[in-house]
Design a binder for this molecule. Structure first.
Ligand SMILES: Cc1ncc(COP(=O)(O)O)c(C=O)c1O
Length: 418
């Protein structure tokens, strides 16, 4: 099939909500390491990694070999049977989460992980009220769509009850600044609701994305997380950390965002980079939570499938061998510094923010962001887009991106933003 035939089928046969990134859609023919080739043979530097997922690079040989070896043993058996790599991976993953976490369930995706986490939280607390950030994104199932604060993602149907949206701590833009001396004004409003629930003997459930990815790489400051932790303790909030995008080294310096920012979630949700793009998610929780849901029945036919588990085991080995947490922290810091140095004074750019290998360029308008997205593609660089108004360029490359790759990215932005 040629480009036109492929695009025609996508346009006429796929659901109308399957929308390509570019007016002239990119049709991929090959991907290797940090590069993607289109159907005409044009090579791109991939600074978006399949939406912050292919962290160990495309077609990673070590991961491919591990998956092929598992394929030759067996590909699918389902949760009704047991197999060694899943047992091994469960121990390795729980170990990365730290001592408090002792139980897990493997899903197929981030959405499924968050959906299950909410279900467990409700079952464990007998509470129905869910609090989530106004710029958060948590997935595409019914419940996770509405737990997503960005209402552009909401389906035009009636929302499930008892979901409250808390102002996102985009603290650099805050006019109040009360958090510098006392509790932050956006948390105060939530605390009033928390108190009402406590008075009824109920625990509020809160979902936090430590860095808000789809919302435009919003990075709350450390003092906000400290304040949030105090509030969580005070009101006995049941905390779910959505680490679908921030997990597995993406934020640098720690395996998960909750570890970097000092949060102590009851449940941790994972997906995306967990298996470098093979479908897998995980929900990790504590023994005390497990006790409360021990009578619950839950199943997933494909969840924790052997091929994805084989990939996931290799991902963790690579993260450790390549010292990814430190590399991401250091290279990410230098990239953020360079991007700010060259572009923060640019008239079209409001600010540049980030953590590790997640950097957002916040443009004044969505048109300017779209123009930058398209111009970057013409110059051979693939980046993403986010933010409530689609006005933020997201740079979320594979964690194997080198200083040379970042240098090339900066040079392309120099041309693009001219
Ligand atoms: C923070 C976060 N949570 C959940 C999801 C949903 O993951 P998936 O698309 O794999 O279902 C995403 C996807 O972008 C995400 O960024």
């Amino acid at each position: 099939m040629n480009s036109k035939e492929i695009s025609d089928i996508f346009n006429s046969k796929f659901a109308p909500f399957v929308r390509p990134y570019y007016g002239d859609p990119l049709i991929v023919s090959k991907a290797e390491g940090v590069h993607i080739w289109d159907i005409d043979g044009k090579k791109y530097l991939d600074a978006y990694s399949g939406v912050a997922t292919v962290s160990m690079g495309h077609s990673n040989k070590r991961i491919n070999d591990a998956v092929k070896a598992q394929m030759d043993r067996f590909g699918h058996i389902s949760y009704i049977y047991r197999f060694e790599p899943a047992a091994e991976y469960a121990s390795v993953l729980l170990n990365k989460c730290g001592g408090d976490y002792s139980r897990l369930f493997f899903t197929n995706s981030g959405s499924e992980s968050v959906d299950l986490a909410i279900m467990i939280a409700r079952a464990a607390t007998a509470s129905e009220s869910i609090f989530t950030f106004s710029e958060g994104y948590h997935g595409g199932t019914f419940l996770t769509k509405f737990s997503t604060g960005l209402d552009t993602w909401h389906a035009k149907i009636e929302a499930p009850p008892e979901i409250f949206y808390i102002t996102t701590p985009e603290c650099v833009t805050c006019r109040h600044r009360t958090c510098e001396t006392s509790r932050c004004i956006c948390l105060n409003k939530a605390c009033e609701k928390f108190e009402q629930l406590n008075r009824k003997g109920l625990r509020p459930i809160m979902i936090v994305e430590p860095v808000l990815g789809v919302g435009g790489i919003i990075t709350p400051p450390l003092h906000y997380f400290k304040m949030l932790s105090e509030v969580i303790d005070e009101y006995n909030v049941f905390l779910i950390c959505d680490e679908v995008q921030t997990g597995f080294g993406r934020v640098g310096g720690a395996f998960f965002g909750f570890q970097k920012f000092g949060l102590k979630p009851d449940i941790v949700c994972m997906g995306k980079a967990i298996a470098n793009g093979y479908p897998l998610g995980a929900v990790v929780f504590k023994e005390e939570t497990s006790e409360k849901v021990k009578d619950m029945l839950h199943f997933s036919t494909f969840g924790g499938n052997p091929l994805s588990i084989a990939a996931a085991l290799e991902v963790i080995k690579l993260i450790d061998e390549m010292d990814i947490l430190n590399v991401v922290e250091e290279n990410g810091r230098v990239f953020l510094r360079d991007m700010r140095l060259f572009f923060e004074e640019h008239t079209a750019v409001k600010r540049i923010r980030g953590a590790g290998y997640s950097v957002g360029i916040d443009f004044e308008t969505d048109d300017e962001a779209a123009a930058a997205l398209n111009a970057a593609r013409s110059e051979g660089l693939l980046v993403g887009i986010g933010g409530r108004k689609k006005n933020v360029i997201r740079v979320q490359p594979p964690l194997t991106f080198t200083t040379d790759n970042f240098h090339e990215t900066v040079e392309i932005f120099k041309k693009v933003l001219k």
